[in-house]
Ligand binder design. Structure first.
Ligand code: SF4
Length: 267
C-alpha cells in the first residue's frame, strides 16, 4: 500500500471520511474553480522557471476549464481569476525572491520512503530552491485570503510542511502564498522544522497506518457547532443518507485505495 499526506490527514480529520474516500471510492467532483485554478497556476510557475511565457501558460491551462460548470466562490469568475493570476505572476517576477536551479529536476519532485511493514509513503514536493539566498523546500499555495502570520512561528505547525520536511530531510521550508484579492499579494513565509517535529511526524504516520490497517473507521469530525466540519465535508450526504447531496458533490471511482498518491497532485 502506498500512503500519502492526503490519506493521513483525511484519516486524522475523520476516519469515516477516509473510508468514504479511499475504501468505498467516493471522490469529490472537480467543480471547484479555486482548485482547478491552482493547478493551472502551478503550470504557469513551472513555465516561469523554465524561462517560457508564464502568462501564456496560465491562459492555456486555465482555458481548459473555461466552459465547465464550475463553482466560483467570493463572486469570482473565469476572467477575473485569469486577470488576478497574471497580476500575481507579474508581482512574483518583480519580487524575484525565489530561485530554482535545474527546474526540470527541482519542481514537482517525487519522494518515496518505506514506512511500516511493506508500505511506502509518497509525496510530491512543489520545489526545492533558494528563498532570499537560503536553500529551502518550497510550497506554492493559491488562495482568496491572506494566510495568518500571527502568532510568530505559526507556520512551523503546518502539518503538510512538517510532512515534506520529514520525507526530504530538509529543515528550512518556505510557503509562497498567491493571494487572489482585489489588490493581489504574494506572501513569503519561512520557517525551520526541527528534528523533534520530524521524529514526531514519523511516529504519527506509523500510528495512523496501524489504525487504518486495523479498520478503525468510526466517524468523529471532532468539533461542534458553529465550526462543525461536517457542514463543509463533501461526504455529508453519505453520512446523512441523502442521495441528492451525494449526486451533487461526489462521483464513485472503483479501486480508490490504490490512488491515494494522486491526491498529492491536487492543488
Ligand atoms: S460528514 Fe462529518 S462524520 Fe461524515 S465523513 Fe464528513 S466529517 Fe466525518
Amino acid at each position: 500500500m502506498t500512503y500519502s499526506y492526503s490519506q493521513i490527514s483525511q484519516y486524522l480529520a475523520c476516519p469515516r471520511r477516509y473510508r468514504h474516500r479511499y475504501l468505498d471510492g467516493w471522490q469529490e467532483k472537480d467543480t471547484r474553480a479555486a482548485m482547478l485554478f491552482g493547478r493551472a497556476f502551478e503550470q504557469a510557475l513551472r513555465a516561469y522557471f523554465l524561462r517560457e511565457d508564464a502568462a501564456a501558460a496560465l491562459f492555456r491551462e486555465w482555458a481548459a476549464s473555461q466552459d465547465q460548470p464550475l463553482h466560483y466562490s467570493n463572486g469570482g469568475s473565469w476572467d477575473r481569476m485569469l486577470q488576478q493570476g497574471i497580476q500575481l505572476l507579474d508581482r512574483f517576477c518583480q519580487d524575484d525572491r525565489i530561485r530554482i536551479r535545474q527546474p526540470r529536476r527541482n519542481l514537482q519532485i517525487k519522494f518515496t520512503r518505506p514506512v511500516s511493514g511493506t508500505n511506502d509513503f509518497v509525496a510530491y514536493v512543489d520545489a526545492i530552491g533558494k528563498f532570499d539566498g537560503t536553500r529551502c523546500l518550497i510550497e506554492w499555495k493559491t488562495t482568496s485570503s491572506r494566510y495568518p502570520e500571527e502568532p510568530d512561528g505559526l507556520l512551523a505547525l503546518d502539518p503538510q510542511l512538517v510532512c515534506y520536511s520529514w520525507i526530504t530531510g530538509i529543515a528550512e521550508v518556505a510557503q509562497v502564498v498567491f493571494v487572489r484579492k482585489r489588490l493581489v499579494e504574494v506572501q513569503y513565509l519561512h520557517t525551520t522544522i526541527t528534528d523533534e517535529q520530524r521524529a514526531e511526524f514519523s511516529q504519527l504516520v506509523t500510528d495512523t497506518i496501524a489504525r487504518i490497517e486495523s479498520a478503525q473507521f468510526l466517524p468523529h469530525s471532532g468539533i461542534r457547532f458553529p465550526q462543525n466540519p461536517c457542514s463543509t465535508c463533501p461526504y455529508v450526504g453519505l453520512c446523512l443518507g441523502k442521495q441528492e447531496l451525494v449526486e451533487i458533490d461526489l462521483v464513485k471511482r472503483p479501486g480508490a485505495e490504490n490512488l491515494g498518491w494522486l491526491d498529492e497532485l491536487a492543488y
